[in-house]
Design a protein around this ligand. Structure first.
Ligand code: TH1
Length: 792
């Protein structure tokens, strides 16, 4: 199709698919019409892929994840189908701006943070590599809450992306599965049969996930919970309208909201129901597809690789055993073996509060047959490993990490450091019993979204320099290496960053009324708010810097803008305090005429994928300052480095591997190592010692506790300061001095363009390894034993 295709296709969809008169159409109407026109092209690639994979009889990868943080899809589809120019021209001829139309799309926020975004990057890479795959998850009616600030405090509002037409999905009328909860297990003909008490339907919705150059597309299949039967007509006719709608409301509750919990677990029963709901529906779908293709059950592992994204779908172990053993008559041992041949598990955190445990009571009430099977699996494992000490059920709780481990043929961590810690800590005993099971797969990010699409200026420069091959072969960025001492290249590199920063400054002024100087150093920390991520370390350093500037206002300061964004779990009181403190500090510091040429603080509300795409290309410095041993990997760290923002960071998660690759001179390292952290905690009074030893830290804490940033409520941060001066589990005080010193090294480097730009450019040239294409190849080789299929 030529661009006249879109010139006609867009109005055609507007008029005939949406029923709109072009004279009355809004920007959103045009955007949806464009999405439908783009979708038409996408569907062709999708069907070609589906036919090719059936023909090849290929092994399929099934990625089971409670979260898929896919963000906007229109731009992604346009870019991967290489329709940028056509679409731009067609929109221009209709009097529309492509940028405005694209920016009108709401984010699909079906995830909390890194775990969900990783799943989205994986879907894109799987399609780019041409691997037959399905993503399976939940079609939440409400994604992650919308965040705003009222007097500096986080306020949560429900997110409602589905109230708009979601142009990308297809409801599959033929894929509707009945699932049960509760009830009892009875013996029938010598076999246990589970009679559930409550039933819901899982309705499939498919969204195509297209790869680079549109060569391959896979489906993201999200399940929506629906009632078995519409509503109760009897009750309705008796006038009891609320009761008539009750069964429907109850069933739909299961896919109503994403838990806004990042690393802590709450809302027990409903959460377990959600987990079982999407896992059971997905497994049934997988078996149905396998059986339709006529394989022998024992061969399931040759055709299906099922990846569990953290423990959220860990009930897959017992459920698959149940489907094979109870429902299809396979011997129990063989069923366990077959299930294990299919299943593998990714661990994303070692934080104790995030390791899922379900009470035996709840499990027995909701999934009585699964509780029995968990005990059988446990007994089988104990019989095979007579010297084992771990058990799947301990102190009345089912340990989902251990269950996932025992039922998986491979278990992986998400960075080298994290995988090592898994072996030494949480899974020490299971690792001893199964020394070949744990493997590492360091996370990655898709270069199509995080460089090519988000940073067109830098992408153009790279393509002009080394050709376009890097987009699907990111390690070719190393071909930039010979240019890194070339003045003209570095000028162009700096020019792209400056232009991105000017865009961001313009947007901040227009959208948020904040004035920032594009020449200043943009120092950015964007991620979920959590004590282990230590946004409070960053704000304390900001306060200390402000005090130092005030003491010497004519000093030779390097202008900085401290940019924060991120959401706190609604029930996480301390994280919300951190948000409020940052906002309070911003109010005071930004209004200070003595310092605000040099220092500004901005906390942008409602962090999401689209905001990340705007901020990262315009950043100078990437804050990755977690307490060593706590951040399993991080993926934002990779996006910043790729876009030429060096890291200030600890030896944690994938920071370690980023530093190995960019070189120690191009990374601002500070802070205690994992071992030093453990040793430091054993020092009584470690926080107080650190405060006494560092006047700047003492001064900053004093200002906070005396109410300098909360003048109308002077005691507001007493508790906050008390926590830090008291037990300070995350060692903010003990790492402060090293962090301050590292920031001053940043100042010195930034002040000298001859130092800064080669360093920034080296970050881009040397981080090609962090492509999620590389990660997916690793999973294919070490875990899935799957191969790409030629679509031709
Ligand atoms: C994150 C990890 O914190 C992060 O370090 C990692 O890069 C990312 O996963 C991808 O591997 C996690 N997100 C969650 C979310 C929930 C539970 C545990 C984790 S770990 C709900």
């Amino acid at each position: 199709m030529t661009d006249s295709g879109f010139r006609h296709g867009i109005p055609k969809h507007l008029i005939y698919s949406l029923g709109m008169d072009p004279q009355n159409a809004t920007l959103s109407d045009w955007r949806i019409a464009l999405s439908l026109a783009v979708r038409d092209r996408l569907v062709d690639a999708w069907h070609t892929s589906a036919r090719a994979e059936r023909r090849a009889g290929a092994k399929r990868v099934y990625y089971l994840s409670m979260e898929f943080l896919i963000g906007r899809l229109l731009e992604d589809a346009i870019i991967n189908l290489r329709l940028e120019d056509e679409v731009r021209a067609a929109l221009a001829s209709l009097g529309l701006s492509a940028d405005e139309v694209i920016a009108d799309e709401p984010d699909a926020a079906l995830g909390n943070g890194g775990l969900g975004r990783l799943a989205a990057c994986f879907m894109e890479s799987l399609a780019t590599l041409g691997v037959p795959a399905f993503g399976y998850g939940i079609r939440y009616e409400h994604g992650l809450f919308r965040q705003s600030f009222v007097e500096g405090r986080q306020v949560e509002e429900p997110e409602d992306w589905l109230t708009q037409v979601h142009a990308w999905e297809f409801r599959r009328r033929d894929v509707r599965l009945r699932l049960c909860f509760g009830g009892e297990v009875v013996e029938e003909g010598g076999r246990p049969v589970w009679h559930g008490a409550e039933a819901v339907m899982a309705q499939a919705y498919d969204t195509p996930m297209i790869g680079w150059q549109g060569k391959w597309a896979n489906a993201l299949r999200l399940w929506s919970a629906e009632p078995l039967h519409g509503f109760d007509l009897d009750r309705f006719n008796r006038g009891d309208y609320a009761a008539a709608a009750e069964p429907e409301a109850l069933a739909r509750t299961i896919s109503r909201v994403l838990y806004p919990d990042d690393t802590t677990e709450r809302g027990k029963e409903l959460r377990l129901k959600q987990e079982y709901f999407f896992t059971a529906a997905s497994l049934r779908d997988i078996l149905r597809r396998f059986e339709a293709e006529g394989g022998a059950l024992a061969d399931l592992p040759k055709k299906a690789a099922i990846q569990l994204n953290d423990t959220h779908p860990a009930i897959a172990g017992p459920e698959l055993v149940r489907l094979l053993h109870d429902e299809r008559g396979m011997a129990l041992d063989q069923a366990i073996e077959t299930a294990r041949g299919c299943l593998s598990y990714t661990n994303h955190t070692l934080l104790p509060e995030a390791l899922e445990r379900w009470s035996e009571d709840l499990m027995t009430r909701l999934l009585p047959r699964h509780m029995q099977l968990i005990e059988r699996i446990d007994a089988a494992h104990a019989a095979e490993n007579p010297d084992r000490k771990v058990a799947l059920v301990q102190e009345g709780e089912v340990r989902m990490g251990e269950l996932a481990f025992v039922m998986a043929h491979k278990v992986n961590g998400v960075s080298a450091l994290h995988t090592g810690l898994m072996k030494q800590t949480v899974f020490e005993e299971l690792h001893r019993l199964h020394p070949d099971r744990i493997v590492n797969q360091t996370n990655g990010v898709t270069p199509r979204r995080w460089l090519f699409s988000a940073n067109p200026r830098l992408s153009r420069l790279i393509t002009d320099t080394i050709g376009e091959g890097w987009v699907c072969d990111l390690e070719r960025l190393c071909e930039l290496e010979p240019q890194l001492d070339d003045a003209a290249f570095l000028d162009a590199y700096a020019g792209a960053k400056r232009a991105n920063k000017a865009d961001l400054a313009g947007w901040m002024a227009a959208e948020h009324g904040v004035q920032i100087d594009p020449e200043a150093l943009f120092d950015v920390q964007i991620k979920r708010i959590h004590e282990y991520k230590r946004q409070h370390l960053n704000i304390l350093e900001t306060i200390a810097l402000w005090q130092e500037i005030k003491a010497n206002p004519n000093g030779n300061w390097v202008p900085r803008v401290k940019i924060f964004a991120g959401k706190a779990a609604p029930g996480y009181v301390f994280a919300k305090e951190i948000i409020r403190l940052i906002n309070d500090v911003a109010a005071v510091v930004n209004a200070d005429p003595e310092t605000n040429r040099f220092l500004k603080v901005v906390f942008l509300p409602n962090y999401n994928v689209s905001l990340a795409e705007r901020l990262i290309p315009a950043s100078d410095l990437s804050e990755q300052i977690s307490t060593a041993g706590k951040e399993a990997s991080g993926t934002g760290n990779m996006k910043f480095a790729l876009n030429g923002a060096p890291t200030i960071g600890t030896l944690d998660g994938a920071n370690v591997e980023i530093r190995d690759r960019v070189g120690e001179k191009n990374f601002f390292l500070f802070g205690m190592t994992t071992d030093e952290v453990v040793a430091r905690r054993a020092v009584p009074d470690h926080a107080r010692q650190a405060i006494t030893a560092d006047k700047r830290l003492g001064g900053a804490l004093k200002a906070v506790s005396q109410g300098v940033f909360s003048p109308r409520d002077r005691h507001r941060y007493r508790g906050f300061v008390g926590n830090l001066t008291g037990h300070d589990y995350f060692l903010v005080c003990s790492d402060f001095t090293a962090y301050w010193d590292a920031q001053r090294r940043v100042d010195a480097a930034f002040a000298d363009p001859a130092v800064w730009w080669p360093m920034a450019a080296r970050n881009t040239a040397r981080t090609g390894w962090f492509s999620s294409d590389r990660t997916i190849r690793g999973y294919m080789a070490d875990i899935w034993r799957a191969v790409p299929v030629d679509p031709a």
